[in-house]
Design a protein around this ligand. Structure first.
Ligand SMILES: [Ca+2]
Length: 276
């Protein structure tokens, strides 16, 4: 039997290990449970497992050393995530884990590709935390695809400073070339962590700000979303160019394919999204 330290050093992104039937360590939860040899702890101290974890397409905890450009995807099928510009890990702000991803609002973005981001007509949930510094940038993008223009297949969640000042708005060209699918109602508070969620549940598309569903729009059952067109972009640099650059921090971003996680108001997570 190896020592606890040795086993922890072998930690990977998934799994549960037991030690002499006296402790278990659940990776991702970062907790050690003591118990009497049964296969499960007597209680679930964290309660922090995700029954839909296998549907998670992307999970960015934004953790690491200050200045690192290594962006780790903790989803079950980890994607290669590339930082462009000055996008990097920052310990200056963090919702969870002591660090987040910082974007300076000038050409920064994070990009990845996978067919896991092509939802077609399935349900999906885009969610996470943003710390917006405020700016005069017209359309700071949080999550978008990148078809090269606002054209067939284009989709984006951004902060709007044109028609909907300091609101979240979600757009898809195939829904409309001139109107968002949804716009939140609460003015975004700068310089603090706010939770966002975009949820498709069949023909309902909902936007939530800090757990309050502020927009519900009926969409066609045949409306398709492909955030892998041809890549997924986070934090800016969509077809809007510099107008799409997000200035601030993003933390604990999660994309779930096939699952509508929120269909009513909810309490935003009080802990990092589980890795298991
Ligand atoms: Ca973090």
């Amino acid at each position: 039997m190896s020592t606890l330290d040795e086993r922890l050093a072998q930690r990977t992104s998934l799994g549960t290990w037991t030690f002499d039937n006296r402790f278990s360590y659940r990776a991702g939860l970062g907790r050690i449970y003591g118990y009497d040899g049964s296969s499960e702890p007597p209680t679930d101290p964290g309660g922090a497992t995700d029954p839909s974890f296998n549907n998670v397409s992307l999970l960015l905890h934004g953790d690491g050393a200050n200045g690192s450009t290594t962006i780790v995807d903790s989803s079950p099928s980890p994607k290669t995530v590339t930082a462009f510009g000055n996008a990097q890990i920052s310990t200056a702000q963090s919702k969870f884990g002591g660090a987040s991803i910082v974007f300076d609002g000038n050409g920064d973005l994070v990009q990845t590709t996978s067919t896991d981001f092509n939802f077609s007509t399935d349900n999906f949930t885009l969610e996470g935390w943003f710390y917006y510094l405020g700016s005069s940038i017209l359309y700071p993008a949080i999550i978008a695809n990148n078809p090269g223009g606002y054209t067939t297949g284009a989709a984006v969640l951004h902060i709007d400073h044109a028609s909907y000042p300091d609101k979240l708005s979600f757009w898809a060209f195939d829904y409309s070339n001139s109107a968002p699918i949804g716009v939140t109602t609460t003015t975004i508070v700068y310089d603090q962590w706010n939770h966002f969620a975009v949820v498709r549940s069949g023909t309902a598309l909902r936007l939530a700000y800090n757990g309050q569903i502020e927009a519900t729009t009926t969409i066609s059952a045949s409306l398709q979303f492909n955030f892998n067109l041809p890549s997924l972009r986070i934090g800016g640099g969509t077809w809007n160019g510099a107008n799409g650059d997000f200035p601030g921090y993003l933390d604990d971003l999660r994309i779930t394919k096939g699952i509508a996680r929120y269909t009513t108001n909810f309490t935003p997570p009080t802990a990092p999204f589980p890795d298991i």
